[in-house]
Design a protein around this ligand. Structure first.
Ligand SMILES: Nc1nc2c(c(=O)[nH]1)N[C@H]1C(S)=C(S)[C@@H](COP(=O)(O)O)O[C@H]1N2
Ligand SMILES: [Mo]
Length: 200
């Protein structure tokens, strides 16, 4: 009996969709560093900013009128849970970045959220079909505790990069750490390279 169950466990941890050190989670844990902010959709905006302020701003109606994409992706939290096949609807960052002029020297981005959370992502990780401003999860409006009305979704990086309640993406010419990065989390956060903390 013991040998049989060890065999099963061994086969599960060998799941090729699990990055190193991760386990499968079937629920959807909520991880927030503070209270869930509430923003009235009538005044909500999302913007892409440069050093001089907003280069493009979308209201809720404008953002949700843009062509959206349905994406199914695995998500990986640095606390070691991985959830497979999560389904989202949102606007590709490619489409939003197309609306602004980006200086070639601006290779970094810092996401800013209601509530003050921030996280940095290299601009290249937001391009080429890798990131979205997501406003639906599993066919329903994104729940406030999971980042509704809208969150950044960057599923190929650890999930702390997927900033909930995102309101601005600031383009930068040098990398600037966000909330968790200043507290010791990795500046990039690739789960397949196990970039969890400083020095990984
Ligand atoms: N604004 C904001 N975004 C955030 C966080 C946060 O505390 N505030 N936590 C991050 C972390 S550490 C994780 S793992 C995911 C959790 O998303 P979930 O609560 O939808 O599972 O959100 C990320 N985005
Ligand atoms: Mo996390």
């Amino acid at each position: 009996m013991a040998i049989v169950s060890r065999g099963f466990r061994g086969r599960r941890t060998a799941d090729p969709r699990l990055p190193p050190g991760q386990y499968l989670e079937h629920g959807f844990p909520v991880l927030s560093a503070g209270p869930t902010p509430r923003t009235d959709l009538a005044t909500w905006t999302f913007s892409i900013d440069g050093p001089q302020g907003p280069r493009a701003t979308w209201t809720w109606d404008e953002l949700t009128a843009l062509p959206a994409e349905d994406v199914v992706r695995d998500i990986h939290c640095v606390t070691k849970w991985t959830k497979l096949d999560t389904s989202w609807r949102g606007v590709s960052l490619d489409r939003l970045l197309d609306a602004v002029e980006v200086d070639p020297a601006e290779q970094y981005a810092l996401a800013h959220c209601d509530g003050g959370y921030t996280t940095n992502v290299p601009l290249a990780d937001l391009r080429d079909g890798k990131a979205w401003i997501a406003y639906q999860y599993d066919g329903a409006p994104l729940a406030p505790e999971h980042g509704g009305p809208a969150r950044l979704l960057v599923p190929h990086l650890y999930f702390w990069k997927s900033a909930k309640w995102v309101r601005r993406i600031e383009l930068l010419t040098s990398d600037e750490w966000g909330f968790w990065e200043r507290l010791g989390y990795h500046e990039h956060g690739d789960p397949w390279k196990e970039q969890r903390y400083w020095g990984d």
